[in-house]
Design a protein around this ligand. Structure first.
Ligand SMILES: NCc1[nH]cc(CCC(=O)O)c1CC(=O)O
Length: 312
């Protein structure tokens, strides 16, 4: 069956729109659709309406996806574009992750006027972030640093920082690149000091489970290796998610059919952490992630598995 029109659902933030346009451009180029056959439909989600609190306090999972899920189920859109990082581990049965585009730079960037890295922050510096994962890893390396809540979209956060309310903030390199933002105060952090969130740097596409036409079209733009990496990372997160919402980082990298997954769980203040590594063939992606999660569960101080938090 040939496609006459595809409706792409997206949130309305500048980053979401940039990502939806990347998917749209790929569909036009690869499937040979006309530009006017692929239209964006902007959908406001609960997460977009909450600006004043950490998302963890607002009720957590699915805040950025619920309304997109409903639009897919109602047939108002044919596919939805998400930051994989914001996609819950659980999806309704009638929806599926069609796949992911090839992953961008997975690393986090420190934006700190006058400092060239975490070690270079002034004693007692205040880092603005809404992410427990970033806060815990900053404090692991710099126990003297305090963190304060800094939320909002990428531009809002950069504006607050440059108003001088914080000494530094952290953002995903992928988001900055997709927005074409290059900040002179930016330093890319290496994976050993700042392990990314599960899914960071990947654009996910969801669709209706039974929609063979749309799924076949999406098949031609997705990246299988990114799919393997995300399968491992999401399996890892699923194990730990059931029992807790603590600072968790996880990254799988794929090369030549082999997958290497690093997982990390930390105390909120970075004073303790448990790390794990699993390696194996991409065909075992899920099992490797599952195993990594169980290993951390078994080895972590039980107190680390009890907190509540935001996963970004
Ligand atoms: N939490 C919001 C969010 N979701 C995805 C990205 C960045 C893009 C990506 O990771 O693909 C961001 C902003 C950030 O963390 O800097």
């Amino acid at each position: 069956m040939s496609i006459s029109r595809l409706v792409v659902g997206t949130r309305g933030s500048p980053l979401a729109l940039a990502q939806a346009n990347i998917v749209r451009d790929r569909l036009i180029a690869v499937i040979g659709l006309d530009p006017d056959q692929v239209v964006l439909e902007v959908i406001r989600t609960t997460g977009d309406m909450i600006q004043d609190r950490a998302l963890s306090e607002a009720g957590g999972k699915g805040l950025f996806t619920k309304e997109l899920d409903s639009a897919l189920q109602a047939g108002a859109i044919d596919l939805a574009v998400h930051s994989a990082k914001d996609l819950p581990t659980w999806l309704p049965d009638d929806l599926t992750i069609a796949g992911y585009l090839a992953r961008e730079d997975v690393r986090d960037v420190l934006i700190a006027p006058g400092a060239r890295g975490l070690a270079d922050l002034r004693p007692g510096a205040v880092v603005g972030t809404a992410s427990l994962r970033r806060a815990a890893q900053v404090r692991r390396l710099r126990p003297d640093v305090t963190t304060g809540l800094l939320r909002g979209n990428v531009q809002t956060r950069l504006a607050r920082l440059h108003e001088g309310r914080f000494d530094a903030t952290l953002l995903a390199s992928a988001g900055l690149r997709r927005l074409g933002v290059s900040d002179p105060s930016a330093t890319v952090l290496e994976l050993d000091e700042m392990l990314p969130a599960v899914g960071q740097g990947a654009i996910a596409i969801t669709a209706r489970t039974g929609d063979g036409t749309v799924l076949a079209a999406l098949d031609s733009i997705i990246c299988p290796d990114t799919g393997h990496a995300l399968a491992a990372e999401r399996a890892f997160l699923t194990v730990l998610d059931g029992s807790c919402r603590t600072p968790i980082a996880g990254l799988a990298q794929v090369q030549g059919g082999l997958l290497r997954l690093r997982g990390l769980l930390l105390a909120l203040d970075g004073s303790e952490w448990v790390e794990t590594v699993r390696e194996g063939p991409v065909s075992d992606a899920r099992a490797l992630g599952d195993d990594a999660g169980r290993d951390i569960q078994a080895r972590a101080n039980p107190a680390l598995l009890q907190h509540q938090g935001d996963r970004s």
